[in-house]
Ligand binder design. Structure first.
Ligand code: DC
Length: 207
């Protein structure tokens, strides 16, 4: 069984995908981390994330980079969004994601284009949304708890910019697959969002 979980940044898709993976005992791939690693590698190379050549060179990152805490930062998220625009980067990362999706027994993948491009045949597709203010507040509290000095206004502006870039790029934009179930999490806490996601998967997957 393949479960595709797509949605914008800080929508709760990562938490939901992890919980679904634990619930159904499936391996989980956070595909955003791959794009974050590319962006980080470009920065380490001293390259320009907006240059298709430099971004493609960043795809040769070593797997050890995936474990770097720095990849979770807002700066890495912004770099990831910029390198993810380039079709050559998307195709360089395709095989790895596709192979993960097709492993025997199935998998849960979260990202932006899982239900549309990476695994269009997924048995269950969820598209997770939440309002910009709700997502910005979540991110703000997360960062505050991590001891980082951040401004809610800056986070909201960053989120809106990243959303616009992810939704408007020509190749594999962030969009719900026509057969995805929508889950709006603005007013749901973590547990309620997970319960709702499991209920949707149960409805989408024949027993
Ligand atoms: O999910 P995330 O915030 O870690 O993703 C970081 C960026 O990577 C996101 O802004 C766009 C890009 N991305 C993508 O283009 N396709 C994916 N499947 C996952 C992430």
């Amino acid at each position: 069984m393949i479960i595709a979980v797509d949605g914008p940044t800080a929508s709760g898709k990562g938490t939901i995908a992890q919980a679904l993976a634990a619930h159904y005992r499936l391996p989980h791939l956070d595909t955003g981390l791959l794009y974050r690693a590319v962006g980080r590698q470009v920065a380490l190379n001293g390259g320009d994330p907006d240059s298709p050549e430099d971004a493609l060179a960043g795809c040769a990152f070593a797997d050890a980079l995936l474990a770097e805490p720095e990849l979770r930062s807002e700066a890495s998220g912004g770099l990831a969004s910029r390198v993810s625009i380039h079709p050559a980067v998307r195709s360089a990362l395709y095989d790895r994601q596709r192979a993960f999706a097709l492993q025997p027994g199935g998998a849960v993948l979260d990202g932006r284009d899982i239900g549309t491009v990476i695994a269009p045949e997924a048995e269950a597709k969820l598209f997770i949304t939440a309002s910009v203010p709700a997502r910005a507040l979540r991110r703000f509290l997360e960062m505050q708890n991590a001891g980082r000095a951040v401004s809610l206004v800056d986070i909201e502006a960053d989120l809106a910019a990243r959303d616009a870039r992810d939704r408007n790029r020509a190749d594999a934009p962030l969009v719900a697959a026509p057969d995805a179930a929508l889950l709006e999490t603005s007013d749901l806490d973590r547990d309620a969002a997970i319960t709702a996601a499991i209920a949707l998967v149960e409805r989408l997957i024949p027993a």
